[in-house]
Design a protein around this ligand. Sequence first.
Ligand code: SAM
Length: 272
Amino acid sequence: MATPIGNLRDISLRALDVLKSADAIAAEDTRITRRLLDHYGIPKRLIAVHEHNERRAVKQALALLGAGRSLALVCDAGTPAISDPGAVLVSAVRDAGYSVTPVPGANAAVTALAAAGLETPHFLFFGFLPSKGGARRRALAALAALPYTLVFYEAPHRIAECLHDMSEVLGAARRVVIARELTKAFESIHVCTLALAPQWVEADANRRRGEFVLLVEGAAALTEDSSEGRRTLEVLLAELPVKQAVDLTVKLTGGRRNELYKLALTLKGHGK
Ligand code: SAM
């Protein structure tokens, strides 16, 4: 079941009912879940299930369920099994013949997507990229041609280098949404091109603090425009102001004005 990703009030009435009625709660870091339970006045037995003991914890969980008890599974924040432990336990419990009931709620990726304003209907959730530069760039290269919004989780100490690599491998013209500290006091959502993103986070230490979701515009938006429209726009932008270049490109190619205008701003280096 899902728990909040920051704001403790982002929890459903049903989730609270389940936390209250479960015989035990399987939690990633029991101290963090204890804080949530204390906030809502729910005293409950906690079992630790983290990435290093998930298989061992299965035995404990099955023993409990075998004794006719119920168990709720949570992670530190958000939805279990999404860049978090949970899948091993869920699968083992179901294989043992018990039912598994999802209780939906907060998830950082979906929360960021809702506020991103990226118009593509499809997205690919990647989660964390490899922490080492070479492996990260290889992983990005494998995603570069996909026509979907790409959704990443990233740690604060790697945010700048990650944005540098994204700009290099995915292309500097793509838009990126940097969603930081969602639902918390210092929430910020910044949209710019990948070309400008590294310098934006480097300009202020506060912009590198907290938790991040990065959403990068998919390749489709660019390839659509990269054909006739993009080429025409590039030639005209070299000679004319943005508005005139866009007007003429619309007339010449029949392309969509909004898309071409956005692309023109990006090509000029001051896209949103
Ligand atoms: N299971 C969680 C979920 O459903 O979103 C994700 C857990 S993952 C270990 C933690 C990562 O999620 C963070 O490093 C960050 O990238 C992202 N994240 C979690 N909470 C966030 C928030 N409030 N704002 C932005 N990103 C967040």
